[in-house]
Design a protein around this ligand. Structure first.
Ligand code: PBG
Length: 327
């Protein structure tokens, strides 16, 4: 007796067949654009290591967000570059700090059309470049930092953020921020926790974008996760959910697709992934040399991140991908 040969290629024959059987769909609705806004500049400044991305002025930021809205991108996340940094990172919670100024302007101009998110951390604002306060012996002080994170959350909420996104990897940060927000009447402001955030070398270009150098050639291995661990991520995610996170994130994305895939069945809230600056820069650099087709690789990366289980993707490709998806 002979069996018919299994022919999987039948369903790959035409573009419409492939479209019909696609298991994963990438949509403009899945995209969040990270944007940088810098205090005290009159013109946008290109960021060499994140080609096509700039440090915005407030007006150029508004124009960029309007363009993203026109493309249908539903979310943006803001990072600030202050004119002056200090030990405590006070620009992060100053009501006139650059992100707060930008949020107010965006809230007025496009606030109903796009979800306004703010990265909640101190590293862009501290002279030493760490994500928290330093103790006298140079350690990052977990609990002292939590108080300041509460202040930052309030400043961002008052300025109009829909979502605050703590990225400092301090223990207890989600709870501290939730309590600070609720105590001041901001129950409606949501928290997207950078829950499983690794101490990755892929953040290099981002640090150029926000002019951060970690003092003394230091690193963040004392608070961000070790790339060797995956079960620890599940514990981080569970803790953040228990503290009140509304959305949890895995970061970076591509080298951590296993983390996303492991997190997915454990998590019934939206799961985000951050395709970070180094992931973007590698694609751009190889494409510039003609070694790969940059647009195709970008779409393949984003589709793979969705396939692994992420609902939404923070990506510097947001605008480019939205243009492709809108045809
Ligand atoms: C911390 C923060 C970082 C990134 C997002 N939030 C840098 C870090 O942890 O060192 C990196 C994002 C990227 O590389 O695109 N505020």
């Amino acid at each position: 007796m002979s069996f018919p040969q299994r022919r999987l290629r039948r369903l790959r024959r035409t573009p419409t067949l492939r479209r019909l059987v696609a298991e994963t769909r990438l949509s403009v609705d899945d995209l969040i654009a990270p944007l940088f806004v810098r205090e005290g500049i009159d013109e946008p400044h290109p960021i060499e290591s994140i080609p096509g991305v700039v440090q915005h002025t407030v007006p150029s930021l508004v124009a960029e967000v309007e363009a993203l809205v026109a493309l249908g991108v539903p979310g943006v996340i803001l990072f600030g570059v202050p004119e002056a940094k200090d030990e405590r990172g006070s620009g992060a919670w100053d009501p006139d700090g650059i992100v707060q100024v930008a949020l107010r302007e965006l809230r007025d101009r496009v606030g109903d059309l796009v979800v306004l998110m703010a990265d909640l951390c101190l590293d862009e604002y501290t002279s030493h470049g760490h994500c928290g306060l330093l103790t006298d012996d140079g350690d990052v002080d977990n609990d002292g930092t939590l108080e300041l994170y509460g202040e930052v959350a309030l400043a961002q909420a008052e300025a109009g953020a829909d979502i605050v996104a703590p990225s400092g990897m301090m223990d207890g940060e989600v709870l501290a921020i939730r309590e600070a927000l609720d105590d001041d009447g901001f129950e409606q402001v949501a928290i997207m926790a950078y829950a499983a955030k690794y101490a990755s070398a892929l953040y290099g270009p981002f640090r150029d974008a926000v002019d951060v150098t970690i003092a003394g050639g230091g690193d963040r291995k004392g608070y961000q996760q070790d790339p060797a661990n995956v079960r620890e991520s599940l514990e981080e995610i569970r803790l953040d959910l228990g503290e009140g996170a509304d959305i949890v994130m895995v970061k970076p994305a591509l080298a951590y697709l296993d983390v996303i895939a492991r997190a997915r069945p454990e998590v019934d809230v939206p799961l985000a992934a951050y395709h970070v600056s180094g992931e973007y820069a590698m694609v751009k650099a190889a494409a510039e040399r003609g070694w790969i087709d940059g647009h195709a690789v970008a779409m393949e990366h984003l589709t793979s991140i969705r396939r692994s289980g992420a609902d939404m993707i923070l990506t510097y490709f947001a605008r480019e991908a939205a243009e492709v998806l809108n045809g």
